[in-house]
Design a protein around this ligand. Structure first.
Ligand SMILES: Nc1nc2c(c(=O)[nH]1)N[C@H]1C(S)=C(S)[C@@H](COP(=O)(O)O)O[C@H]1N2
Ligand SMILES: [Mo]
Length: 364
């Protein structure tokens, strides 16, 4: 049975925090290292389409190919497949912390830090498929297009959900995936096939994939110009384009801390296109830091679990802060760079905990 960190049983409805039709994973629900499929966050621009996998086809077209190809699910399965454990994380994950920690509320879904999950994805490398389809040497990008309804906002029809992927990333580690944790993709996560773009903003991992348009010139979409790009003062250079995700960390579980008793602090840390080099933890709001122990696998664009024993020396309120550094040398800042849409909150997170004076009772 699923239990929260106080040992109380949780029902299905407690696995998620609801945000309208989107849902995020609750950290208190003691999420295993690989996020179970039915506890993986969901973010849909419209609604998940119902697609028949037997008649579904993927069209690969554009002037970046010598011809045009159509693939069925069977065709995809006939290529050599690969399985990776990788995160998918929403660009707006942590948005509510812009208000909570930085006093500047940003519009959009008020995600905590649960708009991320790590699953085992199985599929064919996009590189393999593009080469099979006859990729030309002068191709510069791939535009994956979803089969969900066109996105309409305020009376404007923006067309189908799509976002260009530079050819270098497309030929690197991107998968066209049809399995999640060993089962066919569920409808909400892109059945019958989706892209998995490791370490990139979640919007790059287009679900319900219908088309891959390969071109020899750059073509934009509202999903890389209007949204999922940094806007606001100071953001007009090349760094306003969003691709690789930053480095982040959270505390998941706190065993009822009480004075003089060992409490094991546990959590996870992750980084886009990098592994985690170090997690530091502070139990005094960031005054002093210790290094936590990393436990288990530490693959790039996934997450690593960490733990740290703590013996509180006084009762009352304490503030836990974790700070991760990744293999690219990025370290979580004290403040996340402000931007109009509240993207990429990657500052250290302050988490208050209450330490009890006795060994019998604690509130977290
Ligand atoms: N076709 C399509 N792909 C999509 C989306 C969508 O609405 N339509 N949402 C994107 C966004 S914003 C995110 S964060 C991820 C969410 O993936 P998940 O719902 O499987 O967690 O899918 C991306 N791919
Ligand atoms: Mo997202």
């Amino acid at each position: 049975m699923l239990r929260d960190r106080w040992g109380r049983p949780l029902g299905d409805q407690d696995w998620f925090v609801q945000h309208g039709s989107d849902v995020e994973t609750r950290w208190e629900a003691d999420v295993p290292r690989l996020t179970p499929t039915d506890r993986f966050y969901v973010r849909n621009h419209t609604t998940a389409p119902e697609i028949d996998g037997r008649t579904w086809r993927l069209l690969v077209s554009g002037d970046g190919l010598v011809g045009e190809r159509v693939y069925s699910l069977e065709d995809l399965r006939s290529f050599t497949s690969h399985t990776y454990e990788r995160a998918v994380e929403c660009t707006g994950n942590g948005r509510s912390l812009f208000e909570e920690q930085q006093g500047a509320a940003r519009p959009g879904t008020q995600w905590g830090l649960g708009a991320i999950g790590v699953a085992r994805w199985t599929g064919v490398r996009l590189r393999t498929l593009l080469q099979h389809a006859g990729l030309r040497a002068d191709a510069v990008q791939v535009m994956p297009v979803g089969l969900d309804d066109s996105y309409v906002d305020d009376g404007v029809d923006y067309g189908r959900v799509r976002r260009p992927l530079p050819i270098a990333k497309a030929l690197d580690d991107v998968l066209v995936a049809w399995e999640m944790n060993g089962e066919p993709l569920p409808r909400d996560h892109g059945y019958p096939a989706r892209l998995i773009v490791p370490g990139w903003v979640g919007i790059a991992s287009i679900k319900w994939l219908g088309e891959l348009r390969v071109t020899t010139s750059v073509v934009d979409s509202p999903w890389n110009t209007r949204w999922y790009r940094m806007h606001g003062s100071g953001w007009d250079g090349a760094d306003s384009e969003l691709g690789r995700m930053p480095v982040k960390s959270v505390v998941d579980v706190v065993d009822e801390p009480s004075v003089g008793r060992i409490s094991v602090l546990r959590g996870r840390a992750w980084a886009g296109e990098a592994s985690v080099r170090m997690v530091e933890i502070s139990t005094d709001g960031g005054e002093t830091w210790d290094e936590a122990s990393l436990t288990g696998p530490n693959e790039p664009s996934a997450w690593v679990e960490w733990e740290h024993p703590w013996i509180p020396d006084r009762p009352g309120a304490h503030v836990l802060v974790t700070r991760a550094t990744d293999s690219l040398g990025r370290r979580q800042p004290g403040r996340a760079p402000d931007n109009d849409d509240g993207y990429l909150f990657w500052a250290v997170v302050h988490r208050p905990v209450m330490v009890s004076g006795s060994r019998t009772h604690a509130r977290v």
